[in-house]
Design a protein around this ligand. Structure first.
Ligand code: PAF
Length: 288
């Protein structure tokens, strides 16, 4: 496994890789890896000859006042895990290398970025689209792998890839959950034991919504009312949003169809968590 710390060094390596004979896969991350990230790498291995993982805590996708400074970082642990997974290249660029002085370009995210996380975190998807475009251009992968926990991010990146004609196949990979149902996230490390217990209300609420749908409830407002009630009864938790949306546009739907997403975000103490499930399916599978 080769660890690459500068864009210049990476460019020269990339020139030596053949796009004709080798399929290159990109797994972009912000580091502090968990089993969710490792599952992306394992899925990437099924499609690709060369796996490139990037670990970069991207400042432009954090809104002022968010946790950029304290976002968990553990480079040595990440490198050990990536080595175990047989990753070929790890890119660990510095902030100034990605955003040198004078950098002022950004990508205007597609319509699916409006609402939900886009509304609660203004500028977030602009930062995501900008860094993902930079990484696409640097790595020039054939495939790129993203986790479905960030469902809106997945829709935004798919639309951006299509709109900007990046010649890259986006593979969306299933959410990995702890045994009690909590979706894995680097931010789970912020939770105290008590908060960790409270955090389960989000996945339980989403599952309840799916059960109601299975029982014949198709009115999204009825599902949302029930969900909000459930979350409001949990102490120490503040709902950001619950929504029932079309899986591609992320626009609210009033009558639920199989394949629509039930999405939610909430704060447990100061930690913001997101999750989603698919009506009629439960967990969304790998998109390949
Ligand atoms: O999902 C993430 O970890 C980040 O948003 C990504 C895609 C690595 C861009 O910084």
């Amino acid at each position: 496994m080769q660890v690459v710390r500068t864009v210049t060094q990476w460019r020269s390596i990339r020139r030596s890789l053949s796009s004709q004979t080798q399929r290159i896969g990109l797994v972009p991350t912000m580091g502090f890896l968990h089993d969710g990230h490792l599952s992306l790498i394992r899925i990437a291995r099924q499609h690709c000859d060369i796996i490139v993982v990037t670990c970069f805590v991207n400042p432009t996708q954090f809104v002022p006042g968010e946790d950029f400074e304290r976002y968990p970082r553990d480079e040595n642990r990440d490198l050990a895990l990536l080595k175990q997974e047989g990753v070929d290249y790890v890119l660990l660029p510095g902030g100034d290398d990605i955003y040198p002085e004078g950098f002022s370009t950004s990508i205007q995210p597609p319509a699916s970025s409006q609402g939900w996380c886009g509304q609660s975190r203004p500028g977030h998807f602009q930062g995501v689209c900008t860094i993902v475009s930079i990484l696409f251009n640097l790595v020039q992968p054939h495939f790129a792998f993203f986790g479905r926990k960030d469902a809106q991010q997945c829709a935004v990146i798919q639309a951006m890839t299509r709109d900007l004609n990046f010649p890259i196949e986006i593979v969306l990979c299933p959410i990995v959950r702890e045994s009690d149902g909590l979706a894995m996230s680097s931010r789970n490390v912020y939770l105290s034991d008590e908060e960790r217990r409270r955090a389960l209300v989000l996945s339980k609420t989403l599952r309840l919504g799916l059960t109601l749908f299975q029982q014949g409830v198709v009115d999204s407002q009825a599902v949302l009312d029930e969900g909000k009630k459930q979350i409001q009864t949990m102490e120490g938790v503040r709902l950001d949003y619950l929504g029932v949306v079309n899986q591609n546009t992320f626009k609210s739907v009033s009558i639920i169809q199989p394949g629509n997403y039930y999405i939610g975000a909430m704060y447990v103490g100061t930690t913001r968590l997101i999750d989603n499930m698919v009506f009629g399916l439960g967990e969304a599978p790998c998109s390949e």
